[in-house]
Design a protein around this ligand. Structure first.
Ligand SMILES: Nc1ncnc2c1ncn2[C@@H]1O[C@H](COP(=O)(O)OP(=O)(O)OP(=O)(O)O)[C@@H](O)[C@H]1O
Ligand SMILES: O=C(O)C(=O)C[C@H](O)[C@H](O)CO
Length: 314
């Protein structure tokens, strides 16, 4: 099973970039989106996040059930669902302001009890390192997942606005980075983490960490790059016929990449680092089609495997 641990929330998405535009509630959260995308691409997927008893909790459970994601924490919690107030710039690129709630209503024992015994892939969500007390718990969960056979993938997704101890946040991020075999970051993450380094040099530094074998960098409409221990590659975007917005594009790309790596037998420590330029490019292209199809809709709506295969066959 693939397990995704981290936040689910309600995205309050404006219907246009105009100031004061009406907002619509969409189920979201980067790990939630990734779990749905993984399941829609055909992977047996479990999601590890507390879900609220409130009506927004129902709004989260419906798409998880529809995509056949296993909800690993079955007892619903009293805390209100976490919210993200979404804003768009004139290119419909999203930014977020968060009000946290149910995604933090976990205990170490509860998470450990819910963790499956055998895990092929564990995806770490970007909220896990934000607060010291939460990070200590999530680090234990990641270590437990490694003990149960998991390859660890970490989408850094810097959320510095949620943090009031930047040095501590950087230290906590570093602890997660030390455990991850695959690290994904955006160009915004890179600009915050290491503006003094080129992306090539920063990727090389990440690849020097104890477990890291593959680094994926997203560049918005300029596509994506990947660096293994052996090679590097780039891919352009897949532009959908009708554009919606970029909400969840990175999550869909991540799910596409993980799916392709799994199907080609490369989602394993040892194999990830040996990917050559051609394998990296094919992996990124698959991810770009998944992300591009997601960009063809409003809010995060990852495509099914059949939709992706239709585009690739053409
Ligand atoms: N306008 C676009 N049209 C088609 N595909 C796009 C577009 N923008 C981004 N993508 C695809 O989505 C991928 C991820 O995009 P982006 O860099 O915006 O996401 P991110 O910052 O990693 O994640 P998040 O979804 O959390 O914002 C890109 O690498 C690209 O393949
Ligand atoms: O979970 C996060 O970090 C998010 O940014 C969540 C977003 O609101 C959204 O669902 C798209 O990733």
């Amino acid at each position: 099973m693939f397990v995704v641990g981290g936040e689910s929330l309600i995205d309050l998405v404006p219907v246009s970039a105009a100031p004061g535009a009406e907002r619509v509630a969409h189920a979201g959260g980067s790990p939630f989106n990734c779990a749905i995308a993984l399941a829609k691409l055909g992977n047996d997927t479990g999601f590890l996040c507390p879900i609220s008893q409130d009506e927004h909790g129902d709004l989260l459970l419906a798409p998880l059930a529809e995509a056949k994601v296993s909800v690993l924490l079955t007892e619903r919690v009293a805390a209100p669902t976490t919210k993200a107030i979404v804003s768009f710039n004139d290119k419909m690129q999203a930014s977020y302001v968060f009000e946290r709630g149910a995604d933090r209503a976990f205990t170490r024992d509860g998470l450990l009890r819910a963790l499956p015994q055998s895990i092929a892939l564990y995806q770490v969500g970007g909220f896990c390192p934000i607060l010291e007390e939460d990070a200590l718990v999530w680090l234990d969960i990641v270590r437990a997942a490694i003990g149960r056979g998991a390859t660890i993938s970490f989408d850094i997704n810097v959320r510095d606005k949620l943090v009031d101890d930047e040095d501590g946040y950087r230290r906590r991020l570093s602890q997660f980075l030390d455990l991850a075999h695959l690290i994904k970051l955006s160009e915004e993450d890179h600009a915050w983490l290491a503006p003094e380094l080129s992306i090539e040099d920063y990727a090389a530094k990440l690849l020097d960490r104890p477990n890291c074998e593959l680094v994926v960098v997203t560049l918005g409409e300029h596509g994506s790059r990947a660096f293994s221990r052996r090679a590097e590659a780039r891919a352009a975007i897949y532009a959908p016929p009708v554009f919606g917005d970029t909400v969840g594009a990175g999550d869909s790309l991540m799910a596409g990449i993980l799916t392709w790596l799994s199907e080609t037998g490369a989602l394993k420590p040892g194999a990830l680092g040996q990917l050559d330029a051609e394998a990296l490019a094919t992996t990124l292209r698959f991810g770009a089609v998944v992300a591009g199809l997601n960009c063809g809709k409003k809010g995060c709506q990852p495509p099914s495997r059949a939709e992706v295969d239709t585009i690739l066959a053409a």
